[in-house]
Design a protein around this ligand. Structure first.
Ligand SMILES: [Zn+2]
Length: 378
């Protein structure tokens, strides 16, 4: 069996569900040990660092005999939860696909990058520069792993091996999370003069959010990413049927394009609240930003996408340049000054109850990374 696939099977068999998503879940400790062991066996210089209790990053460095450029391979060790999955940690191979939680997102990418570094180390044809293999914690929640990584490591370029169907992703969207609270006045349901309905007030906000979403989606689209958008994520309010609700809380998500300001969503929602107040002086509501991450687009002048396309061609595939809708750690590496693309195997079912990766793609991904390292670091 190809060593990348053997490692992938081991990694899928290790539970690494993110405990910030699923309370009490195992986290990255066990899988980090397996990745570290594999890198040490290949002669890499390995460091395991806890970025939070029980939440390690693994960084392995392969140093060529002569100085040159530094190329980083980066992937996350955590996965989302496994609710509804029959055998999430049983890496079954069927019809050229390997099944299991994280098979595609992204234990396959981690296996490909570790295997690439080992092949480079063992090939004896490794002369210039440095390859850094960074397997990080917590990408599926708050990316504390990538945040910590960029404080200690630099590179001239990075490839994140998130699943891209073997295309080269040069951009992705960002997101901003906002909480809105409307206030009313609690009263007996039979006394409309006393009561003020916080949920009905939120309805006005929701109507305007729908208009905002239409406006965002009718803007001229980015050729790779389309448009921004906004949607309501969760809503709660009210105590019982016979009372006016005094409070309603809405959480919403705005997806952004690269270059949009970090407070775009907050300002938009505040403008909506302002309009509600202008219409009805009694209206009471406020908004606050919960969390957000910017979008990412690689500098158009970066040679990395072209170099990766060449490497992929030598490995037998012809990738397209694409944008990804989902956010990734590329935004963190990019903001730290490391030109980054995403390139990883194909498959289906990420974050769903049946996840698989195409086995052949994992090998092609690994071979592409080997070719890229040889061409890029010299
Ligand atoms: Zn992922």
């Amino acid at each position: 069996m190809d060593p990348a696939i053997a490692l992938l099977r081991d990694l899928v068999a290790i539970d690494s569900v993110n405990p910030s998503l699923v309370p009490g879940a195992r986290g990255e400790a066990a899988i980090a040990l397996r990745v570290a062991e594999e890198c040490r066996a290949g002669g890499l210089d390995v460091t395991v660092t806890e970025v939070a209790p029980g939440r390690p990053n693994v960084v392995a460095v392969l140093e060529g005999p002569k100085p040159g450029r530094t190329l980083m391979f980066c992937g996350h060790l955590d996965t989302v939860g496994v609710a509804g999955m029959a055998a999430p940690f049983d890496p079954v191979v069927r019809d050229g696909r390997l099944y299991g939680r994280g098979a595609q997102d992204m234990k396959s990418g981690v296996a490909a990058m570790v295997s690439a570094a080992r092949l480079l180390a063992e090939s004896g044809r490794w002369t210039y520069g440095r390859v850094i293999v960074a397997a990080v914690a917590d990408e599926e929640h708050a990316s504390i792993g990538a945040d910590a990584l960029v404080t200690t490591h630099r590179a001239d370029a990075a490839v994140i091996t998130e699943p891209t169907d073997l295309d080269i992703a040069v951009a992705h969207k960002g997101f901003q999370w906002i909480e809105v609270e409307t206030c009313g006045r609690a009263a007996h349901g039979s006394r409309p003069r006393e009561g003020r309905d916080a949920i009905i007030r939120m309805g006005r906000v929701l109507g305007r959010l729908e208009s905002l979403d239409r406006r965002l989606q009718s803007r001229p689209p980015d050729p790779l990413l389309g448009t921004g958008s906004v949607h309501a994520s969760t809503v709660g309010g009210g105590r019982e049927l016979s009372s006016y609700p005094d409070r309603c809380v809405l959480q919403l998500e705005r997806r952004t394009l690269p270059g949009e300001p970090a407070d775009a969503a907050l300002l938009e929602v505040q403008a909506i609240l302002e309009a509600c107040r202008a219409e009805d002086p009694e209206f009471e509501g406020e908004a606050r930003a919960l969390f957000g991450r910017g979008g990412y687009a690689i500098d158009a002048a970066s040679p990395l996408p072209e170099a990766l396309a060449h490497a992929a061609a030598s490995a037998g595939c012809a990738p397209k340049r694409v944008g990804m809708t989902f956010w990734s750690d590329a935004a963190i590496l990019g903001a730290a000054g490391i030109p980054t693309v995403l390139f990883g195997p194909g498959g289906a079912g990420l974050h769903s109850t049946e996840e698989y990766v195409v086995v052949e793609d994992v090998i092609t991904c690994r071979n592409t990374l080997v070719e890229l390292a040889r061409a890029f670091t010299g």
